[in-house]
Design a protein around this ligand. Structure first.
Ligand SMILES: [Zn+2]
Length: 237
């Protein structure tokens, strides 16, 4: 009898522990499910006289900061938009001076292609970009070496909706939202009205799913990754 009483007590105690553990598991799983997923939305080829300001307005309304990989010749055409990008709290990256492919350049041209727009931005805005995205994402050993020499990590992308070729905003949004995952860098262009619409709609949909939009540098900091000059990145985790 005493055996059964002890046995029952032991069973009750084990059940209580088991129940406690069960209660703990859903709490942890729930925390995981709610953990924010970070993505960096990036825009190439601007600033654009037609599209960058409406994009900046939409981003400001959503409290979202992005990374703009600007071209030197566009910067010289649109200095006020560069200032608006900076005052909007966004990050500036380099996308070359002429948008010619860097992997086809001789060493002197390559050096100037990166250094000249960087110096111009420093002189005119006080901001020195710390990231490089070669046009087309095309790089070779020489581009990597020059990027390393100029202290620039090479930022590529994990999600490419081909928004420069597809001008149906809903399709561009679908392509991004179907693929985006924590740590992804997303490639877009502030060059068309459809890209602007697609970007803002994408932000609304992904924010509703718990995604947080940050700049590339913020994404690296969030993940505890020190970006190395000359090293290519398409996803940071
Ligand atoms: Zn480009």
């Amino acid at each position: 009898m005493r055996y059964f009483s002890r046995h029952r007590t032991l069973c009750c105690a084990m059940s209580a522990v088991f129940l406690f553990l069960i209660l703990l598991v859903p709490a942890d799983a729930s925390d995981l499910a709610q953990a924010p997923r970070y993505v960096a939305l990036t825009f190439d080829d601007g600033p654009s006289a037609k599209c960058t300001q409406p994009l900046l307005d939409g981003l400001a309304a959503r409290g979202v900061h992005c990374t703009f990989f600007v071209c030197g010749y566009r910067v010289r055409e649109n200095p006020k938009l560069v200032s608006a990008i900076i005052t909007g709290g966004h990050e500036l990256g380099l996308h070359g001076d002429t948008h010619d492919y860097m992997n086809a350049m001789d060493s002197k041209s390559l050096q100037l292609e990166i250094a000249e727009p960087s110096a111009y931005l420093q002189e005119t805005t006080g901001v020195t970009p710390h990231l490089l995205r070669p046009p087309g994402g095309l790089y070779n050993d020489a581009v990597r070496a020059e990027a390393q020499r100029q202290q620039l990590p090479i930022i590529l992308w994990e999600v490419d909706p081909l928004d420069w070729a597809c001008h149906k905003a809903s399709e561009v949004t679908r392509r991004i939202t179907a693929k985006a995952a924590d740590g992804d860098i997303i490639l877009m262009h502030d060059s068309s009205a459809s890209s602007v619409s697609a970007a803002l709609r994408t932000i609304d949909l992904l924010q509703a799913r718990g995604f947080v939009f940050v700049t590339v540098s913020e994404l690296a900091a969030q993940k505890g990754v020190a970006l190395c000059p000359g090293q290519p990145y398409s996803h940071i985790s």
